[in-house]
Design a protein around this ligand. Structure first.
Ligand SMILES: Nc1ncnc2c1ncn2[C@@H]1O[C@H](COP(=O)(O)OP(=O)(O)OP(=O)(O)O)[C@@H](O)[C@H]1O
Ligand SMILES: [Mg+2]
Length: 113
């Protein structure tokens, strides 16, 4: 089992959620985060002379635990739904999970996902 943490644009969340749901991946967490990637800040020049530098941008982290064999498929679903082709589209981190329990039934691991 793996945990997939996908950091995506907030305005892509509904699209990502629908794509996951349609493919049968329903359970998930979301966390509002601020972060930055390789480009560090974004500089906005408004009407005035002052440039505003935004260092940390708002993103949504979608977290879900999936069976090992589903991991690549789920990452591809997320990437296809979240991609605009521009910088800042996001990042996906995958890490191993050693156990999952369903509290109601006591089921474990793949049966509990
Ligand atoms: N190395 C990292 N570790 C943890 N979080 C990261 C890392 N890189 C990016 N993030 C998170 O992912 C978000 C989106 O990153 P972003 O898409 O800008 O990555 P990037 O590597 O700069 O790619 P791109 O060149 O397409 O912009 C960041 O705002 C931050 O929340
Ligand atoms: Mg970036």
């Amino acid at each position: 089992m793996n945990k997939i943490e996908a950091i995506i644009r907030p305005d892509k969340f509904e699209t990502v959620k629908s794509a996951l749901t349609e493919a049968g991946y329903v359970g998930m967490n979301t966390v509002n985060v601020t972060g930055r990637g390789n480009q560090r800040g974004v500089i906005h020049t408004g009407r005035g002379a002052q440039a505003i530098e935004i260092d940390m941008l708002p993103k949504i982290k979608v977290e879900l635990v999936v069976k090992t064999e589903d991991t690549d498929k789920v990452c591809n679903i997320i990437m296809d739904a979240a991609r605009t082709g521009n910088i800042g589209d996001g990042k996906i981190f995958v890490s191993p999970i050693s156990a999952v329990y369903r509290v109601r039934t006591g089921e474990r691991d793949d049966e509990a996902i």
